[in-house]
Design a binder for this molecule. Sequence first.
Ligand SMILES: Nc1ncnc2c1ncn2[C@@H]1O[C@H](COP(=O)(O)OP(=O)(O)O)[C@@H](O)[C@H]1O
Ligand SMILES: [Mg+2]
Length: 277
Amino acid sequence: MHLIETRDLTYSYRGDRNALDGINFIAPRNARIAVIGSNGAGKSTLFKQFNGIFRPTSGSVLVRGEPITKENLHEVRKFVGIVFQNPDDQIFAPTVELDVGFGPTNLGLDEETIHHRVHEALRIMGIEDLAHRVPHHLSGGEKKRVAIAGIIAMEPGVLVLDEPTAGLDPQGVHDLMGFINSLSKRFGMTVIFSTHDVSVVPEIADYVYVMHRGRFVLEGKVEEIFLEPDLLRSLRLDVPVLPKLIRSLQKNGIPVPMAYTYEDAERALIQAYKGKQ
Ligand SMILES: Nc1ncnc2c1ncn2[C@@H]1O[C@H](COP(=O)(O)OP(=O)(O)O)[C@@H](O)[C@H]1O
Ligand SMILES: [Mg+2]
């Protein structure tokens, strides 16, 4: 049974062109999934289907094998935690600690458990020192970490991040990739994120859906997606710099095996160089 699955999912805002058009999406257990696409592709609209904020116009959304209903909506929202693109939509308590504790409090947990979860979430996100700050006064990157901590504290089975790298500085992006990988590795959380910043995808995703005008036009493992540079470019997406560089070296007769992450590329280049000597 998949954690989230959509079947021929269609959604239309006002009866005009479908914002989602025949989407078949699967999130298995312990996966890291990227949904990439340029602005207006339909990424945010799709994510709002995952916890019942929007309902399908046709087709279905299954969470742990069950369609979302009024009766299970509360359970679904406990299980699928979504962090929206703009943290201001999600942060409203007078302190960071209270804000991160808002979700767990709503789950009806006892105070000790709430306290433990809040501090664990702050620790994971590296913002323990912000606990008593006013969220409103934080920087964009700090607010984003607070918003993510607020969702982690609810211990969802699936963490959905809409454009998590948007507006972050390079260190912020690097840190975020670390959180995503540790949540997936250490806690077995399934992570689904959207982005139009394709360069981060190989570092934090195993499987990729490429979205354009409400449809998936390509899907597959990272290696499969980045073998289609022309298609990606035609969708106004970039190809990560490492496979692009290695492909160019290969074309020039330098035998470097293909690599997608920094670590793999480094190893491949060192080996290729040493092999020549
Ligand atoms: N509230 C809305 N009302 C009407 N149309 C919308 C609304 N939100 C988004 N859309 C349209 O739906 C399509 C998909 O938008 P969205 O899901 O926000 O894309 P993305 O997140 O990939 O940038 C776009 O054509 C957009 O204009
Ligand atoms: Mg969006």
